[in-house]
Write a protein that binds this ligand. Structure first.
Ligand SMILES: Nc1nc2c(ncn2[C@@H]2O[C@H](COP(=O)(O)OP(=O)(O)OP(=O)(O)O)[C@@H](O)[C@H]2O)c(=O)[nH]1
Length: 225
């Protein structure tokens, strides 16, 4: 008796559709026009933004920043982290380069949300570091996933990226979701007395490639900032 085999079709992340492209328009800014594309998550209605400069469809090695929302720093000017500066510098980079994408993901507080991030700040004021505070609240160090970012890039037609980041987990996360990362572009920001502990902890605990001092310099050619 001949054996009939059903071809095994493995589900791939690429075939899952998490998002719909909801709207887009050109928005004039101090840096120039940003093509602003809003994607909506089908499962929860959450909106994420792609800020696109130039023509990226079908391109390899597109400079991309995958940036997580940080209301406290980006809107209120908090000095406890370097998020606003990283966003500003990434936008400078892609606009000066004439091509690139900044994905602005609604993953406040590394995915735990604004209210919980402020709870974590209260614990940090009592001496816990950023990861200890997360754990005390019952969360892992980082709740983010990169499936949404990967699908946004695919829907924009980006074939591979030069990722603006210091976070090795972001690179791994995107690769895992099927987006080739050609190289890393370091994101360099200034430290201050309020965020130096946060930056050091990220470097020590999650391997962030942060150059806090001149002696940390590496010889990668392109840098943001
Ligand atoms: N839970 C928690 N989140 C924080 C804290 N400080 C900043 N964040 C959040 O951390 C996120 C920072 O995200 P990103 O700017 O993408 O930075 P990153 O993962 O450090 O990696 P790169 O900037 O790409 O190197 C934002 O969502 C901030 O709101 C904190 O003390 N606790």
């Amino acid at each position: 008796m001949s054996e009939s085999r059903t071809p095994q079709v493995l589900p791939t992340r690429k075939s899952t559709s998490l998002l719909e492209k909801f709207s887009e328009a050109d928005v004039p800014t101090g840096r120039g026009v940003l093509r602003t594309v809003v994607f909506r998550e089908k499962r929860n209605g959450r909106e994420h933004v792609a800020l696109v400069v130039g023509e990226v469809q079908g391109l390899e090695g597109v400079p991309v920043r995958v940036h997580s929302e940080c209301l406290t720093s980006e809107v209120f000017g908090s000095l406890k982290c370097d998020c606003r500066e990283q966003l500003d510098r990434a936008l400078d980079f892609v606009t000066q380069n004439g091509c690139g994408v900044v994905l602005y993901l609604r993953q406040e507080g590394r995915g735990i949300g604004l209210g919980n991030k402020i709870k974590a700040y209260a614990l940090q004021a009592e001496g816990l570091d950023t990861y200890e505070a997360n754990r005390q609240l019952g969360f892992p160090d980082d709740l983010r996933s990169y499936d949404v970012a990967a699908e946004m890039l695919r829907l924009l037609g980006v074939r591979s990226v030069d990722l603006i980041t210091n976070n090795p987990l972001k690179i791994a996360g995107l690769v895992e979701e099927g987006i080739p990362v050609r190289r890393r572009i370091p994101s360099r920001t200034e430290h201050n007395p309020h965020n130096v502990g946060y930056l050091r902890t990220k470097r020590e605990r999650t391997g962030h490639l942060i150059e806090l001092f001149a002696e940390d310099d590496d010889d990668t050619e392109a840098k943001v900032g």
